[in-house]
Design a protein around this ligand. Structure first.
Ligand code: GDP
Ligand code: K
Ligand code: MG
Length: 289
């Protein structure tokens, strides 16, 4: 009997959704950063075993629809909610439990869900036991599953539990599929992740990355990408003094991309200023948001 189904991962920003997905898939699919709201897209990761296939989505954190971009992100959360066979509602073990449970309850999920308590490496055993008990007493989740995604702890049990709740059925994707996202998409995400790590505060939130060229030439892959910012002052920050900052960005991004595609990469980065791209629907479409 083969089981197959769609599983969506929800939770507040920084609960560890991307980390969990990456641990499960075993490749660096979703970008990870300690800053909130790193994940703007739905990312699908596929796990195929002899007796099951799980198709995962990592959704953006649940946040206020302050900008148009955020409305679209909320739309993605809702559409994901509606078509899952099972949802994983994930919370940070160190975060306020009542607040998380209230948030999860406000989703009014029709699909069955597991409550995943992540980062249990940060709790003492007694505190963890009490937390698990409290979540069980809440009574809404099918199961309460403690994990430490970053240490791969509890992840096997989580997979086993997920499969119990999947319907019988044929696989949706060929068995070697890891994701439905293109390499181009991941390249843009890796550059964006480096921007999050290298620049502080405001900059990453005003930045979009599009890959404009992706060409395989013999042993080399030539990649060009545009970094879109909203103001000249941001462009100057991205570039840095005499281009020093963008050189660092380019080097770090290139190394990461090379490790991911397992080929030598020639990476060219261009910085463009486009006013208010975050509020403009056309731009949002262009960036796949
Ligand atoms: P997301 O916003 O929900 O996708 O969260 P991320 O996966 O980007 O993780 C946010 C932060 O939590 C990152 O700094 C992760 O390294 C950290 N993190 C994720 N899982 C764990 C865990 O199991 N234990 C600990 N201590 N930190 C974790
Ligand atoms: K994050
Ligand atoms: Mg994320």
């Amino acid at each position: 009997m083969f089981k197959a189904g769609f599983v969506n991962i929800f939770g507040k920003p920084n609960a560890g959704k991307s980390t969990l997905l990456n641990t499960i898939i075993g490749e660096k699919l979703a970008i990870i950063s300690p800053k909130v709201q790193t994940t703007r897209h739905r990312i699908t990761g596929v796990v195929t075993q002899p007796d099951y296939q799980i198709v995962f989505s990592d959704t953006p954190g649940i946040i206020d629809p302050k900008y148009k971009m955020h409305e679209k992100m909320m739309g993605a959360v809702k559409s994901a909610l509606e078509d899952a066979d099972l949802a994983l509602l994930i919370m940070d073990a160190k975060d306020n439990v009542d607040e998380n449970l209230a948030l999860f309850e406000s989703l009014r999920l029709k699909a069955p869900f597991l409550l995943v308590i992540n980062k249990v490496d940060l709790l003492m055993k007694d505190d963890l036991d009490a937390l698990v008990q409290k979540c069980k007493d809440w009574g809404k989740a099918k199961e309460v599953v403690p994990v430490a995604a970053i240490q791969k702890k509890g992840v096997k049990d989580l997979l086993k539990t997920i499969v119990e709740y999947l319907p019988e059925g044929m696989p949706f994707y060929p068995e070697d599929t890891l994701t439905d996202r293109s390499t181009r998409f991941f390249v843009a995400e890796m550059i964006r992740e480096k921007i999050f790590h290298l620049y502080d505060e405001e900059i990453p939130y005003h930045t979009a990355v599009i890959v404009t060229q992706f060409q395989e030439k013999n042993t080399l892959t030539k990649i060009s990408a545009e970094i879109i910012v909203t103001r000249e002052t941001q462009k100057a920050i991205i570039l840095g003094e005499k281009g020093s900052a963008i050189r660092k960005l380019g080097t770090e991004a290139r190394q990461e991309i090379e490790a991911f595609i397992e080929r030598k990469v020639f990476l060219e980065l261009f910085v463009k200023v486009r006013n208010k791209w975050r509020d403009n629907d056309n731009y949002l479409r262009e960036y796949g948001l």
